[in-house]
Design a binder for this molecule. Sequence first.
Ligand SMILES: Cc1cc2nc3c(=O)[nH]c(=O)nc-3n(C[C@H](O)[C@H](O)[C@H](O)COP(=O)(O)OP(=O)(O)OC[C@H]3O[C@@H](n4cnc5c(N)ncnc54)[C@H](O)[C@@H]3O)c2cc1C
Length: 269
Amino acid sequence: MSNRKTEIRFTQPMVTIEREKLAQWQLSKIEKNRIKIETGVRVVEIGAGWIKTNSNKKIRFCYLIGADGAASIVRRSLKIPSKNISIALQYLIPNTSFCRLETYFNSKLFRSGYAWIFPHKNYTSVGCVCGSKYLSSKDLQKNFHIWLKRKEIDFSRGERQAFPINVDYRGHQFGNIFLAGDAAGLASELTGEGILPATISGETVAELILGEIEIAEKKIKEILSIHNFHKKTVNFFGKLGYLQGVAFQLTALLLRHKRIVKIFLEKIY
Ligand SMILES: Cc1cc2nc3c(=O)[nH]c(=O)nc-3n(C[C@H](O)[C@H](O)[C@H](O)COP(=O)(O)OP(=O)(O)OC[C@H]3O[C@@H](n4cnc5c(N)ncnc54)[C@H](O)[C@@H]3O)c2cc1C
């Protein structure tokens, strides 16, 4: 099969938002007279009821929420392994000529992952994601460069970013210590997206601490139902090996039907 045939492209009617803008908006919601925020500080050690920062400051806690990303020190201090990791890499290129959000499924290059072109106002994010159990970060990078070359995308002036995404959920409450977002492994194994589960799980942890157990449990159940559906989907495609290309073709054919697209999107988001 030609490359054209083994690759499936989706364009989506979506919008993008810059992380910094989202973070600024979140910060604006915080009551600054009640909450103290310290930036540029790293937690370097965690003990029973205390944390130590890189400025050697010891802070005691009643509750600790680890919202510290894929390589969470809080998660590590709980001795929770992170075996299921996705790798995402992207170039932020100063090219604003792309106008649609595009995702490309190409099982030869990205296995059950995908590549994307996400236009922003002043730049375009061109990236890819794949589970580290299917491709090493080195191979993913190599395949991504093949794909960029084929698409004739110039990334020479782009800012390269490569990070792990933790999709290995093993619980969110451990006594008075909680995990949220990537620290809890709540990002999607299928799409690599983790901003929404991070936001919802952060809210959920706060509700748990405030004793709003019923509301919190309902939310976490919903997040986990989507998380597990994505995991099963990836495992299904992963087991197909190189037949993934055929499976994606069939999926693409099915997705031409509006009703199926609706059901699919409802399940994904
Ligand atoms: C290239 C790439 C593209 C992506 N694109 C998307 C996308 O389009 N949509 C989407 O939904 N998701 C996307 N994701 C996934 C998304 O970025 C993560 O799932 C999401 O950011 C997780 O949020 P978080 O708050 O849990 O962790 P993070 O956003 O990683 O935030 C963790 C914070 O903790 C801080 N921290 C870490 N360690 C310490 C420490 N020891 N002490 C103090 N602070 C610490 C970090 O500095 C950081 O500020 C992408 C990921 C990558 C790598």
